[in-house]
Design a protein around this ligand. Structure first.
Ligand code: C5P
Length: 228
């Protein structure tokens, strides 16, 4: 099945200790964002890619697009103050014919084409889904540094991207979020808030989100192993 992909890439490098967009930092021989887009191009189920960025990064993003020589159309979309706003802008920029969309954080540059394909396949059956993996740690609910409770680990999954949705329903969810001032960190949370089901697709242990310099070092190690 063919679907569109939005890549939120309009964040900063604050937690990375960088004064520029962390997605432009090099990972081995190319920017983090280039790895992410390459995986999307290699996925057989994605027909159109929208990359959401801040205007100050557009020139660098365009250079990446030129280097990629993508056989798929890549559109540049202006991001917002928050990830939620950036995705909302992305939804407005989708082709009119778009029925279902995958959303994948630019910072998850190790996601494989196979993961995109499995999520796209599941989108044929489910109108809301996320890639996720089971958690290995015991997780605590904490208030003022005091542990309040320990949720049953068997019910806990760590959310990743890609996340996939029916375009119509996700647009509705974003509209409602705007009207009611909801602020969330992923799109599935909006689906949950309006009572729509979100299916789990098995994610990948290596699909980490590059956030700190340590993540960058781990990503480099994983990529070197893949390239051997
Ligand atoms: O900051 P964090 O890594 O959690 O952000 C997740 C993704 O959302 C990143 O790929 C980042 O570039 C993107 N983002 C965005 N617009 C914002 C903030 C973050 O597209 N305003």
């Amino acid at each position: 099945m063919n679907c569109e992909l939005l890549i939120p890439a309009a964040g900063s490098g604050r937690r990375m200790g960088s004064d520029r967009n962390k997605l432009l930092l090099p990972l081995l021989d190319k920017p983090i964002l280039q790895w992410t887009i390459e995986a999307a191009i290699a996925s057989s189920s994605i027909s159109w890619i929208g990359v959401i960025g801040q205007p100050c990064d557009f020139a660098d993003f365009k250079q990446i697009f030129v280097r990629l020589e993508s056989p798929k159309p890549i559109t540049l979309i202006q991001g917002g103050e928050t990830r939620q706003e950036s995705v909302s802008n992305g939804l407005k920029a989708l082709p009119q014919t778009s029925k279902s969309v995958l959303i994948h954080d630019g910072a998850r540059c190790l996601a494989t084409p196979n993961l995109f394909d499995r999520c796209a396949e599941a989108l044929q059956t489910y109108s809301g889904l996320i890639a996720a993996i089971t958690v290995k740690d015991t997780i605590k609910i904490v208030h003022n540094r005091i542990v309040e409770s320990t949720p049953d680990r068997h019910q806990l999954w760590a959310a990743q991207t890609p996340q996939g949705f029916s375009v119509k329903e996700l647009k509705q969810a974003h509209l409602q979020a705007q009207e009611l001032n909801w602020s969330v960190t992923d799109d599935a949370a909006l689906f949950e808030k309006i009572g729509l089901p979100v299916q789990i697709v098995m994610g990948e242990e290596t699909n980490l989100k590059i956030t700190t310099p340590q993540d960058l070092a781990i990503a480099e190690f994983i990529l070197r192993q893949r390239l051997q």
